[in-house]
Design a protein around this ligand. Sequence first.
Ligand SMILES: [Zn+2]
Length: 137
Amino acid sequence: MGCELCEHEGGAVIYRNNFLRVVLVDDPDYPGFCRVICNSHVVEMTDLPIAQRSTLMMTVCKVEQALRDVLQPDKINLASLGNMTPHLHWHVIPRYRDDKHFPQPVWGTPQREATRQVPIDKLLKLSLTIRASLESL
Ligand SMILES: [Zn+2]
């Protein structure tokens, strides 16, 4: 059976190295939603050598910081589920009190219509900020 994240990027790639990639998810309800995805097919955090676990979490934190700096969300949600796609990846999701599901997880029951728009230049700035912070790791 094929693996979604082995066969596809999982979003628009904004950074990639030998170990991982960071993608911007195409979800109109959640502009700025990022994923940090291991390039190789690994299922759990503890399948990684310790140094790579640290690198992965450091990357998640860099993406979180960039989202906070550029989009000023009310909250960041970090999640690693993988029940549907058991290929190690972290969701880094900017949340706002008026977003579609708040205070539920983005996979929960919708609470309202999504109305938040993020201008394309802000998403571009986000991408450049993430790339710059990871290239300096
Ligand atoms: Zn995979």
